[in-house]
Design a protein around this ligand. Structure first.
Ligand code: PLP
Length: 388
């Protein structure tokens, strides 16, 4: 029988990370010593207290049954405490917080709750791919907002045509930003709230990297701004903060009706997060600040080593003050995908071509700092011959 995929699948661009992974696996299978700056997947282990909380949770038969989709009350209360401690934001754990099977899951499902076919999502370009994928699955259209260096990688909301604004229901934003490493000033977030209120657009703010920062920078929550909770929600992840990418745990919080909408979609698709994993999440949120400062110290050392090394050989790099990504312009006249291929083929170094994050990502490649310093040193010595 010939199997035909639905148009929505056919319209998807090939998933970038899967392509990179295939190229990397091929090189590894050929016996090459590959250094992987590709996917932003922390190489550091999940802290011990989190693992122990999971273990205790697994032993308890009460956790072997279907979880509540909204999430354990204990977890939602702990998230509310964390938000108050970290951002001074008060959240109602009953109506304003919902657990997610990783923030990607909630982000990709959100458009199903708010877009009708033909509606528009305003999406940054370059961006984390599920904003566009989720919009496509909901029958919506992505209107791309270029993130340009000359505008500090912030979108300009002014030139969006009114024909687009009339159909726009969602605005996705992500700061600290993947892939550019940019941070959002509070004045920009105020502008966003004003825009969203005026145009009745839901803000889906992805704050997956709020805890990864350097040089004393402290990333804000969108929800700490006045009026934010009236227009939006914030997505959070345990993945990057606590080295828990494999565990699949995140949450969405903010406007109760928006949270509920995402919850309605989810209750028809999944049955929540394994409760033992939720208990592990509680242990994560209770970890002291020293864990985070140590993790950030490690990433900062890697950032400094990589950026200084690249600058020395003539690459024009601006060190990010948050996220573990370094967004590097490719040599003039080169395109990001062939350049990334060249790095892999000639130097066994994997980076992500900017074009994979959207058309405005062209001209850049992304290095993820999920590689130990010794390997960064080796990568730099390989690149010495690669002056640009
Ligand atoms: N948001 C951004 C910007 C990301 O880069 C990622 C993962 O790379 C996620 C969300 C998803 O994280 P999670 O593991 O919670 O699904």
């Amino acid at each position: 029988m010939k199997i035909t995929y639905a148009k929505r699948i056919q319209q998807l661009p090939p998933y970038l990370f899967a392509q990179i992974d295939a190229a990397k696996k091929k090189a590894v299978a050929e016996g090459k010593d590959v250094i992987d700056f590709g996917v932003g997947d922390p190489d550091l282990p999940t802290p011990r207290p989190i693992i122990e909380a999971l273990y205790q949770g697994v032993l308890d038969a009460a956790n072997h049954r279907y979880p509540m989709t909204r999430g354990l009350e204990l977890l939602r209360k702990e998230i509310a405490h964390w938000y108050e401690r970290r951002f001074g934001v008060l959240l109602d754990p009953v109506t304003e917080i919902h657990s997610l099977i990783g923030s990607k899951e909630g982000i990709a499902h959100a458009p199903l709750a708010f877009l009708n076919p033909g509606d528009v999502a305003l999406v940054p370009d370059p961006c984390y791919p599920p904003y566009r994928g989720g919009t496509l699955f909901a029958g919506g259209k992505s209107y791309l907002l270029p993130l340009l260096k000359e505008n500090h990688f912030l979108p300009d909301l002014n030139p969006i045509p009114s024909s687009v604004l009339r159909k726009a229901k969602i605005l996705f934003l992500n700061y600290p930003n993947n892939p550019t490493g940019a941070a959002a000033p509070l004045e920009f977030l105020e502008e966003v709230i004003h825009f969203a209120k005026k145009r009745r657009i839901i803000v889906c703010y992805d704050n997956a990297y709020s805890e990864v920062s350097y040089d004393g920078y402290n990333a804000p929550s969108f929800l700490q701004l006045k009026g934010a909770k009236e227009v939006g929600v914030e997505f959070h992840s345990f993945s990057k903060t606590y080295n828990m990418t494999g565990w699949r745990l995140g949450w969405v919080c903010g406007h109760p009706k928006i949270v509920e909408g995402i919850g309605i979609v989810k209750s028809n698709i999944d049955s929540g997060v394994f409760q033992a994993v939720q208990l592990a999440g509680i242990a994560a949120l209770k970890l002291g600040d020293s864990f985070l400062s140590e993790t950030n110290r490690i990433y900062q050392e890697r950032r400094d080593l990589l950026c200084e090394g690249l600058l020395k050989i003539g690459w024009k790099v601006t060190p990010p003050k948050s996220t573990f990504y370094v967004w590097v312009p490719v040599p003039q006249g080169k395109k990001s995908a062939p350049f990334a291929r060249e790095l892999l083929e000639k130097h066994n170094i994997v980076v992500t071509p900017g074009i994979g994050f959207g058309p405005s990502g062209e001209g850049y490649v992304r290095f993820a700092l999920t590689v130990p310093v010794e390997r960064i040193r080796t990568a730099l010595s390989r690149l010495k011959s690669f002056q640009i």
